[in-house]
Write a protein that binds this ligand. Structure first.
Ligand SMILES: [Zn+2]
Length: 327
């Protein structure tokens, strides 16, 4: 059975059940990592043992519960702490719910926070979007006010340097509060296939992704493999930006931008650079391959049964305890 298809099946099933909100395409299904494929997020845990417990922070608490409750940012100097999937954010700033050429959706999640570098990046990208033919962007999940693990959805998005941007033009009329909570989502991939849906995919989508990836601060952009394939086929001339566009599960109605660690701050861990080249060859072929051996399906089931240990505050970098303790 094909792994991405299975993920797609779960996603469709959940959506059919009306629980789309709870699902994040990138993390909805625990999928064993195929060998030879890069990791999406740095997984090395920065564990600090035997550290003195600062006041008011229970370092044994489940991290996603504590960080999920933080309503406001830590009033500290802006700093991305740890790695994309194991860290937190000091001095986060929020992206305005509305800008001249963007709208943030699902405001109730309070995830429109990020490192100032990310907020500036989105503002920069949104400002350029009219020049590619769109009136604006729909911005999805960024980070919680203090970053950290989230109670639902993503495994990364923890240090303020990840953001989901929808592959859908901002509508003419501003979305109402209700519409923002349940935006219509359009998959760029033909149902049950690994092919782009030409009825919805346009050159403007490709131009947007090229523009998004061409920014120097961007480390990676995750998209569905069918989208990467469409970009590989579309790109002419300079193809260097394609290196940053990486295939991943889901990501068929939004793309995920990941910025590099801002310079000059120790304790923010970059992921290794993507392999050299445009990534359009063998590696992509693996993602687009139609079948998967039965053996893998069995493995997957075993992996699913195994319950992962919850990440505790103490499993995050020590500085994240200060982030929680800060005013
Ligand atoms: Zn994401």
């Amino acid at each position: 059975m094909k792994i991405p298809s299975l993920a797609g099946f779960f996603l469709s099933a959940l959506i059919a059940m009306g629980v789309q909100q709870a699902v994040s395409a990138e993390t909805s299904v625990p999928i064993p990592k195929p060998s030879g494929v890069e990791r999406k997020a740095g997984s090395a845990a920065t564990t600090t043992k035997n550290a003195a417990s600062p006041r008011r922070v229970n370092r044994n608490a489940v991290a996603k519960a504590v960080f999920g409750k933080a309503k406001a940012p830590a009033n500290l100097k802006a700093r991305a702490i740890g790695s994309y999937a194991r860290g937190c954010l000091a001095g986060g700033t929020s992206l305005a719910a509305d800008g001249p050429s963007w709208q943030v959706i699902r405001l109730s999640r309070n995830r429109n926070w990020g490192h100032p570098a990310m907020v500036k990046y989105i503002e920069r990208l949104a400002a350029d979007v009219p020049s590619i033919g769109w009136r604006g962007l729909l911005v999805g999940d960024m980070t919680q006010p203090r970053g950290g693990p989230m109670p639902s959805g993503h495994s990364s998005h923890q240090i303020g340097l990840d953001a989901d941007i929808w592959l859908r033009e901002m509508p003419k009329a501003r979305l109402s509060g209700k519409q923002r909570e349940k935006p219509r989502y359009v998959s760029m991939v033909r149902k049950g296939t690994k092919r782009i849906n030409r009825n919805v995919w346009t050159d403007d989508h490709a131009k947007l992704l090229r523009r998004a990836a061409s920014d120097k601060q961007v480390a990676r952009i995750f998209v569905n493999a069918a989208i990467k394939k469409a970009l590989c086929d579309w790109a002419t001339g300079d193809r260097s930006w394609l290196r940053k566009i990486r295939p991943w599960y889901g990501h068929d109605y939004h793309f995920h931008v990941r910025l590099s660690c801002p310079k000059g701050f120790a304790g923010c861990k970059n992921q290794a650079a993507p392999p050299a080249g445009d990534g359009c060859g063998k590696a992509l072929a693996w993602w687009l391959k139609p079948e998967q051996k039965k053996k893998k399906t069995k493995k997957k089931k075993t992996a699913k049964v195994k319950k992962r240990r919850e990440i505790r505050v103490a499993d995050l970098p020590q500085a994240c305890t200060q982030v929680l303790a800060a005013q």
